[in-house]
Design a protein around this ligand. Structure first.
Ligand SMILES: NC(=O)c1ccc[n+]([C@@H]2O[C@H](COP(=O)([O-])OP(=O)(O)OC[C@H]3O[C@@H](n4cnc5c(N)ncnc54)[C@H](OP(=O)(O)O)[C@@H]3O)[C@@H](O)[C@H]2O)c1
Length: 396
């Protein structure tokens, strides 16, 4: 029986993970949950899953949840809050598998603590590896912890890697749907609205990752994530536009063979793979993850256009530059995406903001998680300063 802590239980990945737990009650048991501010869903999850511990983002939210649980005559769920709360959730002695799916660097400390506590990690939160990849990978090696990717592309690479040794890998190919603006002409990019950007053609996901998919920054993060997870330099990680999102990624071996992983576009599959690893469990009859190969009529692959999607270029540059660039890339993106969603900067203001912040970023790679968080805060502040005059300009 795998005993789970789910960080980000109220989000899209959290829901999919709980749906797998629902389908395989004999294999997966929910021990603890961590969420942000969606108190209604957190309360419903307490009623359904009866976790031992749940943590919410703030003390006030935790107090409200406690009151609601008390009114429902439930007194055996410990309710915590903040970073300390999510670290507690992730490191409970009875937990042996942690699903890391809090969005952004808010999930970093709990994920790192879980690695240091020797828990197997199902990693959805890509920002952790982008901002603190070297530290997390080093800790995973030290504590002999498996980092199992849930992100569908890395999950696909992980599956294909089982077909050869790391030395036999020539390069990997991460597929990208191209997002909703794959065919949009460059002059139209500054008129893209948040509503348009929030409509992803193939995946239903949280807001930040949906906008990151529209700018292709999500693919940029995945390039960095792949370099770290699979110990590859950026030049051995390639991106290909594949609008059908059927091939989730590919591994090219030195003899010329290319292995691809094909499946439904449903995050429950990579989650099930990570939870079951190293086994494969039959999904038929439990959860419908069947892919009908006979419906496959066309597979297109093309080169991404870095002029229309400068975020992807910025991510490759940050991966090459190292130091604190990847931290700044992620932090500036988070601030810029929020500003775009609030109507404060145009769509192309996102890469412009990030590029300016990257130009201002210097320094050695961080030696600790607290240095990562300091560098993250500094880059956020720079991003706000870059955005402020743009906003005044828009308002005039
Ligand atoms: N969705 C996908 O298909 C997908 C695929 C690959 C990778 N990922 C990655 O997986 C992660 C989660 O994505 P998602 O789509 O599930 O995002 P989401 O739907 O926005 O969910 C984010 C989760 O994080 C929680 N959260 C936010 N701030 C928090 C805080 N300060 N403390 C504790 N919890 C906090 C949210 O809680 P509340 O809702 O309660 O505020 C929610 O449970 C991201 O890093 C994303 O890049 C997602």
């Amino acid at each position: 029986m795998k005993k789970l802590a789910i960080l980000g239980s109220t989000g899209s990945i959290g829901h999919s993970t709980l749906s797998i737990c629902e389908s395989f009650p004999d294999r997966y048991q929910v021990i603890s949950l961590a969420a942000g501010s969606n108190i209604d869903v957190a309360y419903a999850q307490c009623l359904r899953w009866r976790p031992k511990v749940i943590s919410l983002a703030t003390e006030q939210l935790a107090a409200t949840l406690k009151t609601r649980l008390k009114a429902a005559d439930i007194s055996n769920i410990e309710v915590l809050h903040g970073t300390a709360g999510s670290i507690h959730v992730a490191t409970l002695p009875e937990v042996n598998f942690v699903v890391s799916a809090i969005v952004g660097v808010a999930g970093l400390e709990a994920t790192y603590a879980a690695v240091c506590a020797g828990k197997t990690i199902g990693l959805a939160n890509k920002e952790c590896l982008v901002a603190a990849g070297e530290l997390i990978i080093a800790a995973a090696k030290k504590h002999n912890v498996a980092l199992l990717p849930i992100d569908s592309e890395h999950n696909a690479v992980h599956q294909c890697m089982r077909g050869g040794t790391p030395q036999e890998v020539k390069q990997i190919w991460l597929t990208a749907s191209g997002g909703p603006f794959r065919n949009t002409p460059l002059p139209d990019f500054d008129h893209i609205t948040p509503q348009q950007a929030l409509k992803h053609p193939t995946w239903v996901m949280g807001q930040r990752i949906t906008i990151d998919s529209a700018t292709m920054m999500n693919k940029g993060f995945e390039v960095i994530e792949a370099c770290r997870l699979f110990n590859l330099p950026p030049k051995q990680v390639r991106v290909t536009i594949h609008p059908q999102s059927t091939v989730h990624s590919l591994v090219e071996f030195v003899d010329g063979s290319i292995l691809a992983q094909i499946s439904v576009t449903d995050m429950r599959l990579p989650i099930l793979y990570a939870l079951a690893y190293p086994e494969r469990v039959p999904s038929e009859g439990k959860v419908d993850l069947t892919f009908d190969l006979t419906t496959l009529s066309q597979l297109d692959f093309s080169v991404p256009d870095l002029t229309r999607f400068p975020c992807l270029r910025l991510a490759f540059e940050a991966a090459e530059n190292g130091g604190r660039s990847c931290i700044a890339l992620n932090a500036a993106d988070e601030i810029a995406v929020a500003a775009f969603l609030e109507g404060r900067i145009p769509f192309m203001g996102i890469p412009r903001t990030i590029e300016t912040v990257l130009q201002l970023t210097a320094g050695q790679p961080p030696a600790s998680i607290s240095e990562v968080l300091d560098a993250d805060l500094a880059a956020r502040q720079q991003a706000r300063e870059v955005i402020a005059p743009q906003f005044t300009g828009v308002g005039r």
